[in-house]
Design a protein around this ligand. Structure first.
Ligand SMILES: [Zn+2]
Length: 315
């Protein structure tokens, strides 16, 4: 058995898998919002202990644990730097060593989005392809690349598809730059835009649904419900996001010419097939080889893909 942990800005997802990467048990806890990297590491250990217990084992008996992490990941040194979505994590932390000590087994680190892409490539929606672009549509928009059967991480920072420019001088992106795809399509930026439009007096049910569901943010579930209610603001903001995704993903396709594009992430998985199809349609006008578009599919491993992909690091 192996362990896998997907470390996210809002939740920590842990799984225990068997030799065939079948999920035997899983546990999810909220990511600590204060403290520092050691507190996050302990929360990760706690989630994996719960999953291991449920699988009838202990973490020290696992044949290794993989972690998909945000920030700048140094796989060789086992460190994570500048994970700005995590509390007190502006610097560098030896997560591999620290977490390994807590769990009593070896820990390997990888980039969160890249391991989720690898999971789809090895086990999920992209199994029959050799070249894949994973697009993870959530709070931000992340990307993972597999070329000729191998992950492409560049010098460590490849795949930042959220920050391809779809409009020069355009909307402000959470990264501080302007006109990035994420400035239109990231759930964080979409929420900020919805709040601005509401403040200008425009009506929407988005925030009513949010409060009714006891949320503080416009989660993927809130967006899905507002779309189902045909809320005009939600419909228009999602349409704007899809236009940006179409331009950005098609531009990446023009550069890489991959066989398949896999749409995942919290919002991507929640909105599902019809929206993956809309992204494919929005790509069409921007594809240089529009007669030969890539196959566009929804991620098959859903919410657990990141953790299952992380467990592959320990295989
Ligand atoms: Zn950006």
């Amino acid at each position: 058995m192996r362990g896998g942990i997907d470390l996210g800005g809002t939740k920590i997802q842990a799984v225990v898998v068997d030799d065939d990467s079948k999920v035997l048990a899983q546990a999810r806890v909220p990511t600590p919002t204060d403290g520092g990297p050691a507190d996050v590491s302990e929360a990760m250990a706690g989630a994996l202990r719960t999953a291991a217990h449920e699988a009838g084992t202990g973490t020290a008996q696992l044949n290794g644990v993989g972690v998909g992490s945000p920030g700048a990941v140094d796989e060789e040194d086992g460190t994570v730097s500048s994970a700005r979505n995590l509390p007190g994590w502006e610097g560098t932390f030896a997560l591999g060593k620290d977490l390994g000590g807590r769990l009593g087994t070896a820990v390997k680190l990888g980039n969160d989005v890249q391991v989720a892409t690898d999971a789809e490539f090895q086990l999920g929606a992209a199994r029959e392809f050799d070249s894949v672009l994973g697009v993870f549509w959530g709070t931000g928009v992340g990307g993972g690349i597999v070329l000729d059967g191998r992950p492409w991480v560049g010098r460590g920072a490849a795949g930042e598809i959220g920050h391809v420019v779809v409009r020069r001088g355009g909307a402000q992106c959470p990264c501080g730059r302007r006109g990035c795809m994420e400035a239109y399509a990231g759930r964080g930026a979409m929420e900020a835009y919805a709040r601005r439009r509401q403040a200008r007096g425009e009506h929407t049910v988005l925030f009513d649904i949010m409060r009714k569901r006891g949320r503080e943010r416009l989660t993927s579930g809130v967006w899905a419900r507002a779309l189902r209610a045909e809320d005009p603001m939600a419909v228009s903001i999602v349409a704007r996001a899809i236009r940006a995704l179409g331009a950005g993903v098609a531009s990446a396709q023009n550069l890489l010419d991959v066989e398949a594009v896999i749409i995942g992430g919290g919002l991507g998985v929640r909105l599902g097939e019809p929206y993956a199809a809309r992204i494919a349609a929005a790509m069409q006008p921007h594809l240089f080889l529009n007669m030969q578009p890539p196959t566009v599919r929804l991620a098959a491993l859903g919410d657990l893909g990141g953790a299952v992909g992380a467990a592959l690091l320990a295989a």
